[in-house]
Design a protein. Sequence first.
Length: 483
Amino acid sequence: MSETHKAVERPEGTPPATSGVDRFFKISERGSTVGREIRGGFATFFTMAYILVLNPIILGSAKDKFGETLDPVQLTTATALVAAVMTVIMGVGGNLPLALAAGLGLNAVVAFQIAPLMSWDDAMGLVVLEGLLICVLVVTGLREAVMHAIPQPLKQAISVGIGLFIAFIGFVDAGFVSRIPDAANTTVPVQLGGTGNLTGWPILVFCLGVLLTVGLLARKVKGAILISIVVMTLVALVINSLADVKSWGLTTPEWPEKLVDAPDFGLLGRFSLFGAFGETTVITVVLLVFTLVLSDFFDTMGTVVGISAEANLLDEEGKVPDLGRVLLIDGAAAVAGGAASSSSVTSYIESAAGVGEGARTGFSNLVTGGLFALALFLTPLLTIVPLQAAAPALVAVGFLMMTQVKHIDWDKYEIAIPAFLTIAVMPFTYSITNGIGAGFVAYVVIKAVLGRAKEVHWLLWGTSALFLVYFAIDPIEQILGVK
C-alpha cells in the first residue's frame, strides 16, 4: 500500500496512453490497465449487488402514514436504474472508481422514521430536498471546504475506521458474527456464528472464501478478489444443489428458472417536493431533512477520502482530485434516488473491492454501471451470488485499508485520541457518520483543553457543533415538543 500523503505519480516503466479512452480516464497515468479496471468494476458490482435485494426488502417492508407499501419489483427496477446511471456519471464526470447506489441506513431512515409520518410520495420528496440542499452546499464551496479543513491524520483515521467497518460488515453479512438476542440476558453484544459456534454450509463457504482470498492476495495473484467471488459462488451453487441448507440469508445460490425478466418503471417520478409540510410540522420536516443531509454528507466524505486514499489518488496535501465535481455528482445522486423512489443514493464504500483489484479510474464505473443496467433485465441471474461468497472480499479489503494506521502519530494524544475514536466508533456503532462525528468532537475539545483552539479551522468548530446536535437529536426533539 502506498503512503496516502504522496502525490500520485506514474510508476516507472508505465507506458504512455495509447488511446483516447486511456487519455480521458488517465488509466496509464494512474498506473492502471484496462484489464485491472474491468476486474475492479466486476468486483465492485458483486460486492454491492446485494443492494438489489436488500433495498426492496427494507423499503418494501414499511408502510407509510396511510398504510401503503411500495411494490418490490418496482423497487428493484428503481434501485438498479439509479445505481447504473449515477455510477456511470460518477465515472465519466468524477473519474474515480466510486460506485453509487441506494444508501443503507439512509433507506432505513426513510422507511421507518419518515414514511410513517406521511405518504411515500412526500417521503421521497424530502429525499429530493436533501439532495438539492447538498448540491447547494457543493456549489457554494462549503462541502469541499469542510473536507479540506480536516487534518491529514484524521483523514487517515477515517480510512482505517472504514476498513474495520467494512470487514465487520463482511463478517456480519456472512453470518460469521451475529448479534446475541436481547432475551439472552448477556452484556456481550455479538458472538461467533448464530449460536456461539460456526455451523452450516454457508459459513463454510465464507470461511473457505476468506482463506482463498487472502491466499491469492499473499501470492499477489491478479484478480484475486474477483476470482474468489466467482469460485465460491460456484461452490455455493454445488453445495446448495447437493446439501440440505436451511437458509443462505438474503440470496440463495440456485440457478434461476428464467434468465430475463422485464423491468417495471412504475415508481419513477412519484414524489411530492413539498407535500411533507402539509402532513407534519415544519420543525419535524427540518429535523428529518437535517438528519438525512448530515448522514449523507459525512458518509460520502468518509467514503470518498477512504477510497481515494486506498487508490493512492490523494495529492500532496491529502486532497481528492476534482473533489467539487465528485461531491456535486453525489448530491445529484440523492436527488435522483428520491425522484425514482429508491431512497437517497450515495457513494459506496464497497467500491474498495474494485480498488483492491487495481481499479484507479472512472473506467471501472462503466463496467459496474453496465452490470447494474444489465440487472434491470437479468436480475434473476446476477443476484445468485450469496453474501457468503462476496463477503470475503470485504474482509480482505478491510485489511488493505487498515494498513494506513501506520501513518498516524500515536505519540501525539491530541491527534491519536480523536483518531482512535474515529476508528473504533465506526464498526462499533455500524456507522461511518458516527465515527467521523466522534473524532471531530474529540479533536476540537482536546485542542481547546490544551489552549490551542485557534489551530482548529472554524469549519471544524461549526461541523463539530452540528455533530453535537446530531448526537443529541432525541433530547432536542423532546425539548421542542416533536416527540
